[in-house]
Design a protein. Structure first.
Length: 443
């Protein structure tokens, strides 16, 4: 007799998950706030200093501060109710942005004060910013996580599509207006997250196996109060907590290789983006015109994100990685020969076409395998890898543009992108990353 195969019932759409839709709404308002506050940093700095190098330096300083505070922030994210951290993040970020808006209205903002506030905003983003992303694993799991990441890429693109030119437009109307709107958006983020009903507290993916030494240590670590009730043992140090997340990634050869590649490609693409932005600002382009470069990326990402989830879920992640990195190199070659505005627009659009597909695959691979209780620390380590070298992109682009031409700056950063592509192409382990259904058996 032939076997009768029972068809699996179709998975319910993630859009029917009310907690996810509220999470996405809250994260979107926060993304709008970040876009408004971050996009105009270079414009405010240039208006206050008149220097491309100083404008680029402020972005680098803010990124470094954010990365420094992201280390303890990732540990705190895995120790604390993430809902509470999101509330703190939205509150502090709103206060900082609204205060900046008031200082601009009063005419009391100097370059030194502005740098100080950007450091405060970077500190808040680093310490609390990972809580939103980490909480997603409490809401969606498995292959739904890949689809959620693809949807998030489309969301990010839509925000970029609208927020950048709007921030430039608002800055042209009144310099204080983008920070006022940013503060409002941050505040709304906290309010929206009150609608997420599921628990956002970190919880172990599975109970650890019993071990005699572990049990003995636990018994020795417990203390008894006056009534005889057991008090939980003291938690390990923050340093050990962070190293646990770091070791989780580094002990897996594939994620270790991907971390290096991500670190290099982010430096290259961030450098090209910074070179375009600072070049246009230095040549006197209006903020809204500079924003259209981001619109080009966002429009392409929205188009690509329509198929990113399905394509990333059914294709070999290694193949997507290699082809995507090659595409990044190819589409930026025209910038070696011209600094024309419309060439920047076209290259940015072409770059955006591959971003959601690569990100859905790679982010899904790294975070989809990580246990839920390690999401904050894994996110911190990945962000350090992705943003560590990239923090130097803006300051490097600023100084190179002051010393030489736009095309030279692009040549430097395109060479870095090419190095990432070659590493992925030569790495058998990266090339052979399977489809998402087989990730569990691949390290």
């Amino acid at each position: 007799m032939s076997e009768i195969k029972v068809a699996k019932p179709p998975r319910p759409s993630i859009w029917k998950n009310g907690n996810y839709t509220w999470w996405l709404a809250g994260d979107t308002t926060g993304a709008i706030g970040r876009s408004f506050s971050m996009f105009i940093v270079s414009f405010v700095a240039y208006d206050l200093s008149g220097s491309e190098a100083i404008s680029g330096s402020i972005t680098t300083i803010m990124t470094v501060v954010m990365l420094v505070f992201a280390v303890p922030g990732g540990v705190i994210t895995d120790r604390t109710d993430r809902r509470r951290l999101i509330y703190l993040y939205s509150t502090f970020a709103a206060i900082i942005c609204l205060t900046l808006s008031g200082l601009i209205v009063a005419g009391q903002l100097s370059i030194g004060v502005f740098i100080g506030f950007m450091c405060l905003l970077g500190m808040v983003a680093g310490f609390f910013g990972e809580a939103t992303n980490a909480s997603l694993r409490s809401i969606v799991q498995g292959s739904d996580y890949v689809h959620a990441q693809a949807a998030n890429q489309g969301r990010d693109a839509a925000v970029q599509l609208a927020a950048r030119p709007l921030a430039g437009l608002f800055y042209g109307i009144a310099a204080w207006l983008p920070y006022l709107l940013s503060g409002i958006m941050y505040a709304v983020q906290g309010l929206v997250f009150t609608r997420v009903k599921t628990s956002l507290e970190p919880r172990p993916t599975k109970e650890p196996e019993a071990d005699p030494q572990t049990e003995l240590a636990t018994l020795q670590g417990e203390q008894m109060d006056m009534a005889g009730a057991s008090i939980a043992p003291v938690r390990q140090s923050m340093r050990k907590d962070f190293l646990e997340g770091f070791n989780y990634l580094m002990q897996r050869p594939t994620t270790r290789s991907l971390s290096i590649i991500v670190m290099i490609i982010n430096l290259g693409t961030a450098g090209i983006g910074s070179a375009m932005t600072l070049s246009l600002i230095g040549r006197g382009y209006a903020a809204v015109e500079v924003g259209y470069v981001g619109v080009a990326v966002g429009a392409a990402v929205i188009v690509s994100s329509l198929v990113a989830g399905k394509l990333s879920a059914k294709s070999h992640t290694g193949l997507i990685t290699v082809l995507g990195l090659g595409w990044v190199v190819l589409v930026n070659i025209p910038l070696l020969f011209t600094d024309a505005y419309w060439v920047m627009i076209v290259c940015s659009f072409a770059l955006g076409l591959c971003l959601p597909i690569i990100n859905a695959a790679l982010i899904g691979f790294i975070f989809g395998q990580a246990p839920e209780e390690l999401q904050g620390r894994v996110g911190t380590v990945v962000n350090l890898a992705a943003s560590g070298l990239a923090a130097l992109a803006s300051i490097t682009a600023g100084f190179v543009l002051e010393w030489t031409e736009f095309e030279v700056a692009c040549a430097v950063f395109l060479a870095i992108c090419t190095a990432a592509f070659i590493l992925a192409l030569l790495s058998k382990r990266v090339r052979n990353i399977p489809v998402p259904e087989e990730w569990g058996q691949y390290e």
